[in-house]
Design a protein around this ligand. Structure first.
Ligand code: C5P
Length: 221
């Protein structure tokens, strides 16, 4: 049995992108590497938590010492999160695709002669963070979401926290000039009931360790 301040605590962490199939060989995705979510899961496990790590197809390998559930789509991620509950806390670091193609083609879409282009119709994916935050029964005691923004980070992230109903939002600026998306460093603002706390730029591992320590404090208090 693991020891540490989070020993006996069950925490669900989502991470990575989702892949939304168009046909058997094509999909819609995004540039999330899964680095920050993986670091968070590792840091929580290092403090003794029982971590269920629900991950889309990420660039980095999952951490050791956690239960790994691998998924492709947003709907599979939602299912895996629901199956992992109840939990003491949930951290939603995944970059879930907002839309999927409304009807996936069972066979590879062929090029049409004469330059006729395929038309894709989209459907909205479930919002996992909002759904769990707004659970009437069995809601995790602490729900943490992320907000990757390219402008007006604080205003957009504060509005997102209210809209989704989560307890904390970890907001970061992912505009290309920062090099944060896909990079090893992050600069975040933690938004909670207590207000906004700006953290200096630091490694994603260090962000993860600080966040894990904060979560540990919140669950103890
Ligand atoms: O609305 P937006 O995608 O910017 O919100 C980001 C936060 O919401 C992240 O914590 C992300 O993991 C979560 N999210 C989710 N399910 C979605 C979309 C976002 O859990 N379908």
């Amino acid at each position: 049995l693991s020891s540490g301040p989070l020993s006996g605590r069950r925490i669900v962490v989502t991470s990575g992108p989702t892949h939304e199939p168009i046909d058997p060989v094509r999909y819609i995705a995004n540039r999330s590497s899964g680095a920050q979510g993986t670091a968070i899961a590792r840091a929580l496990a290092a403090l003794g938590a029982e971590v269920v790590f629900v991950t889309g197809p990420a660039d980095v390998p999952p951490p050791e010492g956690v239960e790994v559930v691998q998924v492709q789509t947003a709907r599979q991620m939602l299912e895996a999160v629901e199956a992992a509950l109840p939990a003491d806390a949930a951290v939603f670091a995944a970059a879930v695709a907002d839309w999927r193609v409304s009807s996936e083609s069972g066979s590879k879409i062929k090029k049409q002669p004469g330059g006729v282009l395929p038309v894709m119709e989209f459907a909205e994916n479930p919002d996992i963070l909002a759904g769990v935050s707004q659970m009437k029964e069995g809601r995790p005691g602490l729900v943490v979401g992320f907000a990757a923004e390219t402008d007006d980070v604080l205003a957009h992230a504060t509005a997102k926290r209210a809209r989704k109903g989560c307890d904390w939002i970890v907001a970061n600026d992912v505009s290309p000039a920062t090099g944060i998306m896909g990079g090893t460093e992050n600069a975040v603002v933690l938004i909670s009931d207590a207000g906004a706390e700006e953290w200096p730029r630091m490694g994603k591992d260090e962000v993860a360790r600080r966040l894990a320590t904060k979560i540990s404090g919140a669950l103890a208090g």
